[in-house]
Design a protein around this ligand. Structure first.
Ligand code: G3I
Length: 457
């Protein structure tokens, strides 16, 4: 949406507030002073996120990254994880056969390191944004496998130890009989095996990176998410090195988290996978209706609260952070203003909603202080438990009952001993009835029955 249209859209709403000219000027001046200082004085989202051992971030458009200091400063102040919107994609980083261009990727790696940010790598294997030498070429299956191997080993190898999580494969499924997208160069030249190959090549190139499968419209319980679940079940059953699944979440304002999202998160967690929201944006039909930004804020609040209260959900990244630089208007004509900051890099109600959810997740968080096996049961001692507390072993939810005798400081998980063989370590979490999640508690069942556990944080 053009700048002019943005102001045409905003000013009438301000004037509708029937602010007299004088008070409007006073308000405008004080607001400007306030907002000028807010950038410097505002506590960024990264502060409560880190306190919560959570990662909140944004995709980076390298054009404003290079040209706009305020853009860079906002990134550094606000977020503790970033991802390149396009710089790591095949067409940009490997534009010609045998030639790589790492300039933008190197710049972002350096920026993330300078500002103690995690970096997501997006994406090693995708059917889109491939260079002409690939899409216009004729390759045998073996040649295509070698191209895949060379690309992954070169790119993931170069950034070994500096990429927190790779979107190894992006958008490979289709809701059809074999579950794979057919209009993919990789599927057509190699076959469906390319997915497992890519993960194995990535693991070899960077053993410490968390390896993700990333997709869209795979958040609820639907034909696409079932195809993703089938793919990931198959890969994990075969022992493929897949660690996580990305939900892109490009959604309209008004989108709500439903029971089916928790169901889907749970079944993915039960595969031993972590979850991240990888490309969140909440688009608005323009010109924005008076309640559009409040509806957008409600969606951001709910999605953030969901990720904060799902043990498997590690991070939340928005696809860009300012409405001035977003893919939405070009790809969704008539829609826009999908991000946390407006054209002038000022926080919107959506930003306050995300910050509120982060801060709320800290207040009155349940705490686990001790865990021990008693007979066939697991006993957890701590605080801020309630009747609706849910206990998670790793990411598998367990039916817990509050041990009556001790009020809200003990939880009993009957029969849990059988799920933790001697010598095994599990991550324990307690989620309170209002969705607050305890810090992770690492519990190791020692062989001699004298069990011990310790809180990692
Ligand atoms: O860089 C060229 C520029 O030189 C040229 O003048 C211009 C003319 O069209 O094109 C520019 O390239 C554009 C590129 O973004 C960089 O801005 C491409 O045309 C455009 O197609 C490309 O769009 C990207 C889109 O993926 C491609 O599918 C968006 O920026 C990017 O936000 C979007 O991101 C994807 C994720 O990677 C995967 N999930 C979905 C998400 C949205 O499609």
């Amino acid at each position: 949406m053009s700048e002019a249209r943005y102001w045409c859209n905003i000013i009438p709403r301000i004037m509708k507030l029937r602010i007299s000219v004088t008070s409007f000027i006073t308000l405008f001046v004080s607001f400007s002073v306030l907002s000028l200082s807010a950038g410097a004085g505002r506590e960024g989202l990264r502060a409560p996120a880190l306190e919560r051992e959570f990662y909140i971030g944004a995709a980076v458009d390298m054009k404003p990254f290079h040209e706009d200091e305020e853009y860079r400063n906002t990134l550094a102040e606000e977020f503790n994880v970033i991802v390149a919107e396009n710089a790591f994609k095949f067409e940009n980083i490997h534009p010609e056969r045998g030639r790589y261009d790492f300039a933008d990727a190197d710049a972002l790696v350096a920026f993330a390191s300078e500002h103690a940010m995690k970096l997501r790598g997006h994406t090693l294997v995708w059917h889109r944004q491939l260079p002409a030498w690939i899409t216009g070429g004729e390759f045998t299956r073996e040649e295509a496998i070698e191209i895949l191997r060379d690309h992954i080993e070169t790119v993931a190898g170069r950034y070994r130890g500096r990429i927190w999580a790779w979107d190894v494969v992006n958008e490979a499924v289709e809701a059809n009989e074999d579950g794979f997208r057919r209009d993919s160069f990789w599927y057509r030249t190699i076959g469906p095996e390319y997915v497992q190959m890519a993960f194995e090549m990535a693991r070899n190139a960077d053993p410490d990176a968390i390896l993700y499968y990333n997709d869209f419209d795979n958040e609820g319980m639907n034909s696409r998410s079932n195809a993703v679940y089938r793919l990931l079940s198959d890969l994990t059953r075969r022992g493929a090195p897949v660690d996580g699944v990305g939900w892109q979440m490009h959604v309209p304002a008004g989108f709500r988290i439903k029971k089916q999202h928790r169901e889907n998160a749970r079944r993915l967690g039960a595969l031993g996978l972590e979850l991240s929201i990888t490309e969140l944006d909440v688009r608005i039909r323009m010109p924005a209706a008076p309640d559009a930004y409040a509806k957008q804020a409600a969606t951001y609040r709910e999605v953030t609260g969901f990720c904060l209260s799902e043990p498997a959900c590690r991070s939340l990244v928005t696809w860009g952070f300012t409405d001035r630089h977003s893919w939405i208007p070009a790809f969704f004509p008539g829609e826009g203003d999908a991000l946390l900051f407006d054209y002038d890099l000022q926080p919107k109600p959506a930003y306050e909603a995300v910050r509120g959810a982060l801060r709320a997740s800290l207040l009155g968080r349940p705490q686990i202080r001790e865990a021990r096996i008693e007979g066939r049961d697991l006993l957890i001692a701590g605080g801020a438990f309630d009747r609706k507390s849910a206990v998670f072993l790793d990411w598998r939810r367990q039916k817990a009952s509050v041990a009556k005798a001790q009020g809200n400081t003990m939880l009993l998980i009957r029969g849990a001993a059988a799920r933790i063989p001697p010598g095994q370590t599990v991550s324990l979490y307690v989620r309170s009835g209002d969705g607050k999640l305890s810090p992770e508690f690492r519990f190791t069942r020692t062989g001699d029955g004298a069990d011990d556990g310790n809180t990692t944080k």
